[in-house]
Design a protein around this ligand. Structure first.
Ligand SMILES: Nc1ncnc2c1ncn2[C@@H]1O[C@H](COP(=O)(O)OP(=O)(O)O)[C@@H](O)[C@H]1O
Ligand SMILES: [Mg+2]
Length: 364
């Protein structure tokens, strides 16, 4: 690849406190970062590159020409903006037919220099709300009793934020309502119609939810409790083997969505809150499976998959590498599946030829 040369003419970073709440006490002290960047082509190379000092969640094209974000193949016309969904960007690679690129970046200021190797959780001072949960009239006593051990703790940082955002509008009414509430996600990005969304004021956590337009036959509580059980089983297994430096799985909780008369046809009463595993974007993840998998990690992976009977973890997007180098079990829906063999062979092509041999030895 040609050596890239670019001129960074103008960078302007501003930080401001987020939170439009009329009650400042409830606002979270998360710092919003914005940056305007101007990249200019200085030779024949048409790939421009910029390393951001903060994770970028939203990008607007302020140039006169189209800009292609090469990593995710998103084409932005002049004035258009896009949200990065599951993969906030640190390295921005783009192309344009024009001579220069003006981009407006938005993200979360972590207050520390970032690079891909060390994405860490910021030490935010969350304002905690200890307000308890009230049972919605649409939830049965039986379900309400069952969900109690699974609920997002009252002093959890995400709780006060979700209470605030859900009290303003029915966020699960539609794609649009969720977007208006400031959540970032790609509609229809999952197989099951579930939405995985993040919010800049809830850094470090994601929500997984269905919208009120999706018929889950009133099973939302059990769907999410099952995923919590799966994550707990995997975490215990990782711990029992002392694999914490190689593997991880998010902690997960149920959040009871406050009822609202405007909710659509299939009211969702619960959503899932999970720890953000800071996973690698698809192509980088595939690359990591080839280059970063070693004997120690592979042995650990197979042990956990076999012991917990994780049939759906034979797909690289369900067990992605994360920025800290560990493999993250993010999809915890299918576990203890004894009726079907695990199709280990599906993962084989993703490894280097040396590691393919080891994989076959472990799984044949
Ligand atoms: N805890 C998490 N941290 C980071 N990304 C996640 C997390 N959970 C899910 N994702 C992203 O969302 C995608 C879909 O989530 P998943 O639980 O696998 O849903 P599904 O059951 O629909 O396959 C994952 O492949 C991953 O890209
Ligand atoms: Mg999945």
């Amino acid at each position: 690849m040609k050596i890239l040369s670019l001129l960074l003419i103008f960078i302007n970073t501003t930080s401001l406190l987020l939170g439009d709440s009329p009650h400042p006490v409830e606002a979270l002290s998360v710092v919003h970062a914005e940056q305007k960047i101007h990249l200019v082509k200085t030779d024949e190379s048409d790939l421009l590159h910029y390393s951001s000092s903060f994770p970028v969640y939203r990008i607007r094209n302020d140039s006169d020409s189209d800009v292609l974000l090469t990593e995710n193949q998103i084409l932005l016309s002049p004035g258009e903006e896009c949200e990065m969904g599951e993969f906030p960007l640190l390295d921005i690679e783009c192309q344009t037919a024009g001579e220069e690129i003006h981009l407006h970046l938005e993200g979360v200021d972590l207050g520390i220099a970032q690079n891909e190797a060390q994405l860490v959780y910021p030490q935010y001072e969350w304002k905690l709300s200890h307000k308890g949960y009230t049972k919605s009239p649409f939830v049965s006593e039986d379900i309400w009793g069952k969900v109690q051990p699974y609920l997002l703790p009252l002093d959890h940082p995400a709780k006060s934020f979700l209470d605030k955002v859900c009290s303003k509008r029915r966020i699960l009414e539609s794609d649009d309502a969720l977007k208006k509430a400031g959540f970032l996600f790609r509609p229809n990005s999952t197989r099951t119609g579930m939405i995985v969304a993040r919010h800049m004021e809830m850094w470090g956590y994601l929500i997984k939810t269905h919208l009120d337009t999706k018929d889950v036959q009133n099973r939302d509580a059990s769907i999410w409790m099952h995923r919590v059980d799966g994550a707990n089983l995997i975490r215990e297994c990782i711990k029992a083997h002392g694999y914490e430096h190689l593997l991880k799985t998010p902690r997960k909780w149920l959040y009871p969505v406050p009822p609202d008369s405007t909710s659509g046809r299939y009211r969702q009463n619960f959503m899932l809150v999970v720890e953000d595993m800071h996973i690698l974007e698809h192509s980088k993840n595939k690359d990591a499976f080839k280059k970063k998998m070693n004997i120690e990690k592979m042995d650990a992976l197979v042990t956990v998959m076999k012991e917990c009977r994780l049939n759906d973890c034979v797909y690289v997007f369900n067990i992605p590498f994360s920025h800290d180098g560990r493999i993250a079990f993010v999809d915890t829906e299918h576990f203890n599946i004894k009726s079907r063999p695990i199709k280990f062979f599906k993962l084989t092509p993703y490894f280097s030829s040396k590691m393919q041999k080891h994989w076959k030895k472990l799984t044949d």
